[in-house]
Design a protein. Structure first.
Lengths: 56, 454
């Protein structure tokens, strides 16, 4: 998984939100920001080699 | 009349022993439950559905069997409350939706095991349904929450209406109500109790659990409930646990976690926790401060991502689409409803699962020198008003599947219970019970809340 910035993740999520829920998805904005932050954080975690085949 | 059968003194074990010896009958026990419901229910609103006629009929059958020395199991004649999300034959499941009133045709695995052991199922206990909070109130002060989401289970046991109840924890839903109501709550290792027939929230985070008055009662309940469930593949590795907790060979080694859990923890609780750990040390336990690694913070990130993704697949599309963003007044953090979880690309969910697996491996070494780690259950006593409180100090262990237990340690200055959380590595449920039993003997139990004035 390539690292993604919060800004790029938020842009991706906003685009998906508009497609799914319509042009005004502002009612989801706070959660989109939180999710984008979490996507940035989790994507930056370097998984050890022994974990590469693990799904958890 | 309340008090004919003293649930506070007897607990699960005492009621079961009383029935087995003939000193109590299941019918007398169930009448005590009915009396206590009459005393408390208008104030604490613990029950979403009651079947007292059914409980009375079952008690009569169990009484007949006991009279002829036929005991079904270790819970013969013990009344139990069931959190709404578990299917109970002949009762509705509120989690299916407020407009669904049909009665279930079969029991969840957990309920079936309780019945096989002789338990009397009294009814379903309240929990939030579709983000609507239940009316449940704390037995110690009805202006405060009983916690949640096992709200009714915590309140019913806290008020000694029943000696034990079934709960469930996906984030912090089993230990928190137990802590807020001054009793004992345990979330066993993931998969220890089968989830078949338990309404799912996030399948890799959902943990059926127990709320009771003592650690010994929890152990007895767990001995009935735990073990492989043929209808839940994630319980394949579950191990049966003994019904009684043997004394430890030596006092426990307790690591007092000093990092990560204190951003919002109230000074009064921090002081109470320090005193509690000092008491353990004075009684002979080895106690030492522990700093968790910085990357422990990834537990919260992973929990949010996994929960958001799994909720998306479980909840109906129409429900998901209607879920709005909101900021928790307790934590100040935005939720991630399924409507937003549905937007997340799958690789991030898979990455969060891999991070969890890595954390399980790495964090287990934190117990190398300890039997249990200790930390707060919640940032303080039960908050006032309509909330279920803060789950964030419990969700790391729901993510990792590690067993955790809450024990009462005293009262806050406002008269509400305070609690400590003890945690052990995955699969070390019995060792956790042993250490908790030792600690419980040091702390003592909290008294029964006073009966409400008329």
């Amino acid at each position: 998984l390539e690292a993604i910035s919060k800004e790029d993740a938020l842009a991706l999520l906003r685009s998906e939100a508009v497609q799914r829920y319509g042009a005004d998805a502002s009612w989801l904005e706070d959660s989109l920001v939180q999710l984008a932050q979490d996507m940035e954080t989790i994507s930056a975690v370097a998984i050890p080699d022994w974990m590469l085949g693990e799904l958890g | 009349m309340v008090g004919v059968v003293a649930f506070d003194e007897l607990g699960v074990i005492g009621v079961a022993e009383g029935v087995a010896s003939g000193e109590l009958t299941p019918t007398v026990v169930v009448e005590e439950v009915c009396s206590r419901i009459g005393t408390w229910e208008d104030r604490i609103h613990a029950w979403s559905y009651l079947d007292l006629d059914g409980a009375r009929m079952e008690a009569e059958r169990l009484a007949d069997e006991a009279a002829s020395s036929r005991l079904r199991g270790p819970l013969h004649g013990v009344p139990i409350g069931i959190k709404d999300e578990f299917f109970v034959s002949g009762m509705p499941t509120g989690m299916r939706g407020s407009d669904v009133t049909e009665l279930e045709s079969s029991d969840s695995t957990a309920v079936a095991r309780l019945r096989s052991a002789g338990a009397v199922i009294v009814g379903k206990t309240h929990m939030p349904v579709n983000n609507v909070l239940p009316p449940t109130r704390n037995p110690w002060n009805q202006e405060h929450t009983a916690g949640g989401s096992s709200s009714g289970s915590g309140a019913a046991v806290g008020a000694r209406v029943v000696p034990a109840a079934l709960g469930e924890q996906t984030g912090g839903s089993n230990l928190r109500p137990a802590a807020y109501c001054g009793i004992v709550g345990m979330k066993p290792s993931y998969g220890q109790i089968g989830r078949y027939g338990c309404f799912p929230f996030a399948w890799s985070l959902d943990h059926p659990g127990v709320i009771a008055l003592t650690v010994a009662d929890v152990a007895l309940m767990l001995s009935v409930l735990a073990g492989p469930d043929p209808r839940d593949s994630t319980s394949r590795g579950a191990q049966a646990t003994p019904a009684t907790v043997a004394a430890m060979d030596a006092p426990p080694r307790v690591g007092f976690v000093r990092s990560h859990f204190y951003d919002r923890t109230e000074p009064e609780l921090v002081s109470a926790l320090e005193q509690a750990v000092d008491r353990l040390g004075d009684a002979g336990a080895t106690t030492k401060d522990v700093m968790l690694p910085e990357y422990f913070a990834l537990t919260w990130t992973s929990h949010r991502l996994i929960g958001a993704a799994e909720r998306t697949l479980i909840q109906p599309t129409a429900t998901v689409s209607g879920q709005r963003s909101s900021i928790s007044p307790v934590t100040g953090r935005a939720n991630i409803p399924a409507s937003v979880g549905a937007l997340m690309p799958v690789p991030y969910y898979l990455q969060a699962r891999r991070v969890r697996r890595w954390l399980q491996q790495e964090l287990t070494s934190c117990w190398d020198e300890y039997d249990v780690l200790a930390m707060p259950v919640a940032p303080g006593p039960a908050p006032r008003g309509m909330t279920t409180g803060d789950a964030s100090l419990l969700s790391p262990w729901s993510l990792l599947g590690f067993p955790s237990i809450s024990l009462p340690i005293g009262f806050a200055t406002n008269g509400l219970p305070l609690a400590i959380q003890l945690v052990a590595p995955l699969g070390m449920d019995y060792q956790l019970l042993q250490a908790a039993s030792w600690a419980e003997a040091v702390f003592g139990r909290l008294p029964e809340p006073p009966l409400p004035a008329d």
